[in-house]
Design a protein around this ligand. Sequence first.
Ligand SMILES: *[C@@H]1O[C@H](CO)[C@@H](O)[C@H](O)[C@H]1NC(C)=O
Ligand SMILES: *[C@@H]1O[C@H](CO)[C@@H](O)[C@H](O)[C@H]1NC(C)=O
Ligand SMILES: *[C@@H]1O[C@H](CO)[C@@H](O)[C@H](O)[C@H]1NC(C)=O
Ligand SMILES: CC(=O)N[C@H]1CO[C@H](CO)[C@@H](O)[C@@H]1O
Length: 410
Amino acid sequence: MQLFHASSLLLAAYGVSASVIERQSNGGGFEDGQPIDGQGKGAPLSGGTNHELDLQNPDNLGRQSTDNGVVPNIKWSFSDSKTRILRGGWVREQVVTDLPTSKEIASAQQHLTKGSIRELHWHRVAEWGYVYAGSITVSGVDENGQFQVAKLEEGDIWYFPKGVAHTVQGLDDENEFLLIFDDGDFDAVGTTFNVDDWITHTPKSILAKNFGLPESVFGSVPSPNPYITNGTVDNRTVTGGGGELTGNASFAYYAKDHPLEEVPGGGGSLRIIDSRTFPIATTIAATVVTLQPGGLRELHWHPNAEEWLYFHKGQGRATVFLGSAAARTFDFRAGDTGVFPDNSGHYIENTSDTDDLVWIEIYKSDRVEDISLTQWLALTPAGIVADTLKIPVDVAENLQKEKQILIKNR
Ligand SMILES: *[C@@H]1O[C@H](CO)[C@@H](O)[C@H](O)[C@H]1NC(C)=O
Ligand SMILES: *[C@@H]1O[C@H](CO)[C@@H](O)[C@H](O)[C@H]1NC(C)=O
Ligand SMILES: *[C@@H]1O[C@H](CO)[C@@H](O)[C@H](O)[C@H]1NC(C)=O
Ligand SMILES: CC(=O)N[C@H]1CO[C@H](CO)[C@@H](O)[C@@H]1O
């Protein structure tokens, strides 16, 4: 802080050239939001700039000297999304037009107040949800007339396969969740089908014939459809049809039934939610991760899919490696989303001295899969590794053969 104030004063008093000298003698100006590296590269920003964003994203200013080449943007903050405010809550989305590198996954944060309802609907794509505040009822019906009405709390998850009819209602005063869809182009026409939208655009005579009811019954269906509507908590039980979905057919994953996994690296804990632990989730696999201050999600890649990310708490940074000497470092904080392209190499480091970094990883797959750089090298003949990387052969021989996953601060 002392350094920051001193340099700000200098900047104000003597103009930017004094600050260049100041920065160079102090090893760089990135912490002050200036693209100056302290080794003679860079110069101050003289034009328009968003200083707050520069301070939050020192790696966009060139701080990481191993970065190289052209790497497209892989980050989008929910704070950059348009929030749709409604009676009973709000929603803000991230779709492919916001973050073009995220082709397989689109997402939203959504908030429902007590009793409020995300109106009945279905999608052409699968929906996955994670409750991070409050509690909700999710209700769904499948092709066999089997249904489920599940009460979900913080940490619980749901998954509706493509086409399954569903709705969500808030139970606590304030309820919020992350929504994931397995197609980046989620706002395309033909993706979401709301019940009142359909009813409104069906001839009244057909409605009467279809339901065996007078036309007047449907005289008050809201139009345009409200998306979220305020309501009252309904805990009537549902019976009949094809019966309740349970066991492996359940749409609901209850966190309390799945203890957190401690990992070999000792740097945190995680929970993998994929078709092995949540059998119905065949197109969306996830990991919820907590990484300690200074901890590192070890260098790895995913052989099966893009990795989409939502940062829930804390701050971190990650470098994505695309091959062809292309690599770029990004700074992340709570509320950011990101995507690592299919098979790209990466790590995530917690850059806070005090706070855990909590994020959710999503893959359009039935499995979470990764290949660890260290494990790969440890399970390759040591002489080959030593000759390739020009490292001592005994170093190659002693690399960890077990995935560390989350490495504690060292
Ligand atoms: C929803 O809000 C409107 C406007 O405040 C109110 O008239 C209506 O009674 C509310 N409905 C419910 C079910 O709370
Ligand atoms: C129904 O839900 C309300 C609101 O959460 C609760 O106060 C009430 O006790 C519930 N009733 C039953 C029968 O569960
Ligand atoms: C439920 O799914 C698990 C994991 O896929 C599987 O091991 C188990 O055999 C399934 N149980 C039944 C009753 O199908
Ligand atoms: C506690 C700890 O190790 N914090 C580190 C978090 O990451 C930043 C950036 O790499 C380091 O500067 C901190 O020392």
